[in-house]
Ligand binder design. Structure first.
Ligand code: SAM
Length: 247
């Protein structure tokens, strides 16, 4: 039987495709893509022409069944999302589940992701991190998710679209206080790539000062909550015991 190759593609700079990705895309029988028009253009750049299947957020289950039929027929199929690594805030995870459940092979081809690209230049305060992807767009849901994260000591990584960037950085400052470090990574690997380090308090003002700073695609890396003082948990435990004893 065939195999599904899950292939990372560039997040901006088209040169960031791997040699292995080009080799596999050139060798497979069919390419499943989040957006066949968009991926068709990328493939054309490299002189690759293959039958395409659309596998996006809204048809992932049904399309997975088609991909599995091709794999059962012995075909090799690649999956590419619009940009970066499939499954990272992108479709692909359900397809992978379905293919594996069908007992067929899944082969990952690593490459660009906005997540790892931003973290690679974030600095020494992001040793451990949690990736949150996109925050909810509704104000109330966003605030409640941020409240739940406020005590989280790992660095937090978010994706954000241009039209919400100021609002989101403001919401982060409101939920976590102004003192934490923030990295704003914009348009990574592209012509207008920009990395700006500041505090959460400074973020909204910096973004608002120039409309260009709000354009493009963003990764936000936010410092985690300070580690609890050593012994603070012991105090909590002691307090809990005392509270149980009290009438
Ligand atoms: N699968 C992709 C990956 O591996 O990074 C992410 C896809 S997600 C739908 C798109 C979001 O990723 C954007 O809104 C932005 O937050 C982030 N992103 C993608 N490309 C980027 C870039 N070149 N610079 C900064 N952020 C980027």
């Amino acid at each position: 039987a065939g195999a599904l190759y899950v292939v990372a593609t560039p997040i901006g700079n088209v040169a960031d495709i791997t040699l292995r990705a080009l080799h596999v895309l050139g060798a497979v029988d069919r390419i499943a893509a989040e957006d066949t028009r968009n991926s068709g253009q990328l493939l054309a750049r490299y002189g690759i022409a293959k039958p395409l299947i659309a596998v996006h957020e809204h048809n992932e289950r049904a399309a997975a069944a088609r991909v599995i039929e091709h794999l059962r027929a012995g075909e090799r199929v690649a999956y590419v999302s619009d940009a970066g690594t499939p499954g990272i805030s992108d479709p692909g995870a359900r397809l992978v589940d379905a293919v594996r459940e069908a007992g067929l092979a899944v082969v990952p081809l690593p490459g660009a992701s906005a997540l790892t690209t931003a973290l690679s230049v974030a600095g020494d305060w992001t040793g451990t991190f949690s990736f949150l992807g996109f925050l909810p767009t509704k104000t109330k849901q966003r605030a409640s998710q941020l409240q739940q994260l406020a005590a989280h000591t790992q660095a937090l990584v978010f994706y954000e679209a241009p039209h919400r960037i100021v609002e989101t950085v403001q919401a982060l400052a409101d939920a976590f206080g102004g003192a934490r470090r923030l990295l704003i990574a914009r348009e990574l690997t592209k012509l207008h790539e920009a990395l700006h380090r500041c505090t959460l308090a400074e973020g909204p003002t910096w973004l608002a000062a120039d409309a260009n700073r709000q354009r493009g695609e963003f990764v936000l890396v936010v410092e985690g909550a300070p580690q609890a003082e050593p012994g603070a948990e012991d105090h909590d435990a002691l307090l809990n015991i005392l509270l149980e004893e009290l009438p």
